[in-house]
Ligand binder design. Structure first.
Ligand code: NAD
Ligand code: MG
Length: 395
């Protein structure tokens, strides 16, 4: 039995992970679950999966959760709160695998702690990797941790890599990576209408059911920008070796193009339980609960290049990784603040790249050679983005 800790258990990836784990109770034992504020979902998850310990990060929600379990079958459950507790549960001795499924920068420290403790890290939290870059990859190498990608594209690329491939290594014979994208809900909307799209329209993704932040990122294509940076780090390739391909059907989840002309693709239904089950069972296979792909229902597959005028966020991501140092950290932080402001109707959809670009212009690139420098750049970018948002606010 492998012990598992799920960071961000109550989110979209967390829920899908528990769905897969429940199908393989003979192989996995849930040691720890964490949530920020969603104590109702966490409560139901605890009843179903009997974890040894939970973290409710938000202190007020933790008090409410403790009151909720007092007179229940969960009365003996250990409940921790605060950010530091996330690192404590991610590094417990009986935890073998850590699912990193917190959204945004909040996931960095616990995910990094898991890597430093030599755990098997199942990485969904792309923001943590983008903001810390080489620091994270070096931690994995030094601790001998196993890093398995959960993001569907990166999991697909990993599956198309040579046998026994390990993340962080440049695979021999790879010419380029074809990183697929659905293009999100606004792929064909007239560009002049983008300024009026609402949060509800932006989170309604045509193919995938995900958390709000990543859904907005998919609509701006910042998600693909973050994924391009994620792929550079996970597969040790240059940005020029990554071709973003719009593939609206989301049947192929990415491809690897080899020097001999072979192109390997991974296909399947758009269901995150597939990459989750792949990583949990790795190097073997087991059932995920996903529907088998009905190849006859697919009928045809389209591929087109991404339009950088429609999707300036993707251009900004290429600029950030080319500039290097702390620039991807700044890009990520500014994006998190801008997306939050858009979801709270403080700025327009088309202001998101404006906030990010202005923040990147306001901050000089410095070397990202220590965690301290990364966190300083992250905080500075958040402050500057907030100031820029004040000047843009919809009245
Ligand atoms: P979500 O919003 O549905 O869930 C986020 C989880 O993080 C919740 O459990 C929440 O309680 C927790 N959380 C939020 N803020 C926190 C904080 N400050 N401190 C501690 N915990 C906090 O998000 P999601 O869609 O499940 O995405 C999670 C991560 O996985 C993101 O990084 C996303 O980019 C990545 N990802 C998601 C999908 C998907 O299909 N949903 C696909 C690929 C990658
Ligand atoms: Mg993805």
């Amino acid at each position: 039995m492998k012990g598992i800790c799920i960071l961000g258990a109550t989110g979209s990836i967390g829920v899908s992970t528990l769905d897969v784990v429940a199908r393989h109770k003979n192989l996995y034992h849930v040691v720890a679950l964490t949530a920020n504020k969603n104590i109702d979902t966490l409560y139901e998850q605890c009843l179903a999966h009997s974890p040894e310990v939970v973290v409710v990060v938000d202190e007020t929600s933790a008090i409410l959760f403790k009151a909720k379990i007092e007179q229940s079958p969960l009365s003996n459950l250990r409940v921790l709160s605060g950010e530091k507790a996330l690192q404590d549960v991610a590094t417990l001795d009986n935890v073998h695998s850590v699912m990193a499924a917190i959204v945004g920068a909040a996931g960095l420290l616990p995910t990094l702690a898991a890597a430093k403790a030599g755990k098997e890290v199942l990485l969904a939290n792309k923001e943590a990797l983008v903001m810390s870059g080489d620091i994270f990859m070096d931690a994995v190498t030094h601790a001998g941790a196993t890093l398995l990608p959960i993001d569907s594209e990166h999991n697909a690329i990993f599956q198309c890599m040579p046998a026994a491939y390990q993340t962080g290594v440049s695979a021999k014979g790879v010419r380029r990576i074809l990183l697929t994208a659905s293009g999100g809900p606004f792929r064909t909307m007239p560009i002049e209408n983008l300024k009026d799209v609402t949060p509800a329209q932006a989170v309604a993704h045509p193919n995938w059911d995900m958390g709000k932040k990543i859904s907005v990122d998919s609509a701006t294509m910042m998600n693909k920008g973050l994924e391009m940076i994620e792929a550079c780090l996970l597969f040790n390739v240059k940005p020029a070796q990554i071709q973003v391909v719009i593939h609206p059907q989301s049947v192929i989840h990415s491809m690897v193009d080899y020097v001999d002309g072979t192109v390997l693709a991974q296909m399947g239904c758009p269901d995150m339980r597939i990459p989750i089950a792949h990583a949990l069972a790795y190097p073997e296979r087991f059932e995920s609960g996903a529907e088998p792909l009905d190849i006859f229902a697919v009928k045809h597959m389209d591929f087109e290049p991404a339009d950088l005028a429609r999707f300036p966020c993707l251009r900004l991501a290429y600029e950030a990784i080319e500039a290097g140092g702390t620039h991807p950290t700044v890009l990520n932080a500014a994006n998190e603040i801008a997306v939050d402001a858009f979801l709270n109707e403080k700025i327009r959809f088309t202001d998101i790249p404006v906030v990010i670009e202005k923040t990147m212009q306001a901050i000089d690139v410095t070397a990202a050679d220590s965690l301290e420098k990364v966190l300083t750049a992250d905080h500075k970018a958040r402050d500057i983005s907030q100031q820029i948002i004040e000047t843009l606010k919809i009245t």
